[in-house]
Design a protein around this ligand. Structure first.
Ligand code: SF4
Length: 502
């Protein structure tokens, strides 16, 4: 076995970081300042992980938790004490083997045998989790434990909550012993490779960028490796819409980074080739006939709808599944045939299931048999369908909205309107600034909430705010959502007035 540096100081999260890319480990150890700090959504993911982790421990009754302290030796001693006391389940059981520190989420101790349970807040077993468990297995094995089995405990997406939370149904416990065992043989080689990189504190590992920068996680050194070191522009071959990472890397390896340099005969789908051609030409392409047909297919009064939703890893309300989109707000603009507008909105009260009140107001605000317009309507339709399934008495009305919905995205998706700044995408994120540039400014001028994820987080954390703060945030939420449907009104207005045909 190769020599492992005892001062390696590798935790399981550093190990999985290095599995993704050893340079990322090196930067984390020696050049931390180039890493992008975690944003608020990373913090939210972290909090969800903690919540799920705590709940999962309740699946394993009769256990004791090793209290977290920065003095890991104390944690290791506590773990050993619990083992000596025959505690059957130890949460955060801590071990160190030759500088590799692991905390096992749940360690099941049965006499001289142990089993590892790694808890994840996601809804499936990902490959990287196997590496995570395998380093725990490696440490325990080398410390002389007989490891009976290894499991990943993850959230069961198909669970539907009843009156009470059923932990046994909420979680899936997956035996990964075989996969973890298969990874053991390679670990010493992998560790000595990491060790060699870490031994050289002066020189960064010479590792090129590639698809590993995004998978399994978006690397926090991307700004540094991509922009600072290699000067990759913000719109490059890596942004060609839906071009897989294999083809992106193929172009990059040929030294082609700028879209303008993509060869005309490079194999791509027709849509991608058109986007590249369009970008190179710098021209906007508008196909008037199908756009007119789309506009004429809409009946007035026309309703513009946009939902804001949030998700719960652990469903708080009856009838909800983990990570289901729960609507808490909508904005609704109504456009009359003469162009006059009216606005309606809904924002849920905090601390209760928002769905019933929202569904009742929605069927009140949208009459039967009218056209409702959404941008990327599959999202709005999905939310409405779930509401219809949940509230049988409103089902017919809700499904009437669902069935009469039209998608404002279609003219862009079908490439009837393409401009270079859309960068081959038909997402509203690109379409809106291309068509209505003043709205980009309007969003930036909004106070507090300027996008959907901020809205989601703001609503989810309303309950911890004072009444006065809640009032401020509610106003911000309403202003943000209203702008979303107004933006759709403006986009359709542009489409209704297209004249140039190429
Ligand atoms: S951005 Fe890519 S190359 Fe740079 S450290 Fe991260 S994974 Fe490695």
């Amino acid at each position: 076995m190769m020599e492992i540096n005892k001062s390696m100081n590798l935790s399981k999260s550093l190990y999985t970081r290095a599995i993704q890319c050893p340079k990322s480990l090196w930067l984390k150890k020696y050049k931390k300042k180039v890493l992008t700090p975690p944003d608020v959504s990373a913090q939210a993911v972290f909090e969800t992980g903690n919540l799920v982790g705590d709940l999962a421990c309740q699946l394993f009754e009769g256990g004791k938790e090793v209290a977290y302290t920065k003095n890991y030796d104390e944690m290791i001693t506590s773990t050993q004490n619990y083992i000596d006391e025959n505690i059957p389940y130890i949460y955060e059981a801590t071990f160190n083997y030759e500088g590799i520190l692991v905390m096992v989420d749940v360690l099941h101790v049965e006499g001289n045998k142990v089993s590892i349970y790694e808890v994840k807040s996601s809804t499936s077993v990902k490959d990287i989790y196997l590496h995570d468990v395998s380093i725990q297995y490696y440490v325990l094995k080398n410390l002389g434990f007989s490891v009976k089995s290894a499991f990943v405990v993850h959230v069961n997406k198909s669970y539907v909550r009843g009156e009470e939370l059923d932990l046994k149904e909420l979680f899936c416990v997956v035996d990964v012993s075989e996969e973890v065992l298969a990874l053991q043989e390679n670990i010493p080689t992998v560790l000595s490779e990491f060790n060699a990189y870490l031994d050289d504190k002066e020189h960064e590992p010479n590792i090129d960028i590639g698809k590993h920068c995004k998978k399994p996680y978006e690397c926090d050194a991307k700004e540094y490796c991509w922009k600072t070191q290699r000067g990759i522009p913000s719109y490059s071959v890596f942004n060609i819409f839906n071009l897989g990472s294999k083809k992106q890397v193929e172009l990059y390896e040929k030294g082609i980074v700028n879209i303008a340099d993509v060869p005309d005969d490079f194999a791509m789908t027709a849509n991608q080739a058109e986007a590249v051609k369009n970008y190179k030409s710098g021209e906007t392409h508008i196909h008037v006939k199908p756009i007119k047909e789309f506009c004429e297919s809409l009946n007035y009064e026309l309703y513009y709808l946009d939902f804001e939703t949030y998700q719960q890893a652990v469903p708080l309300y009856k009838g909800i599944s983990p990570y289901q989109q729960i609507p808490f707000q909508y904005s609704l603009h109504v456009e009359h045939e003469d162009g006059t507008l009216a606005h309606y909105e809904f924002l849920a009260k905090i601390g209760a299931d928002p769905r019933r009140a929202l569904a009742e107001q929605l069927v009140h605000d949208i009459p039967l048999h009218v056209n409702t317009l959404a941008y990327n309507m599959s999202f709005e339709k999905g939310v409405i369908k779930k509401l219809a399934e949940q509230f049988e008495d409103l089902s017919q009305r809700l499904m009437d909205i669902h069935d009469n919905m039209k998608d404002l995205m279609v003219p862009f998706q079908k490439k009837h309107y393409v401009s270079p700044s859309m960068q081959g995408s038909y997402s509203i994120k690109y379409v809106l600034p291309a068509l209505v540039p003043e709205f980009e400014k309007a969003y930036k001028e909004l106070e507090g909430i300027q996008n959907g994820s901020q809205a989601m987080r703001a609503f989810a954390s309303l309950h911890v705010k004072s009444l006065k703060e809640q009032e401020v945030v509610r106003k911000q939420l309403l202003a943000y959502c209203e702008l979303d449907t107004l933006a759709m009104v403006k986009i359709l207005d542009i489409l209704k007035n297209v004249k140039i045909s190429k």
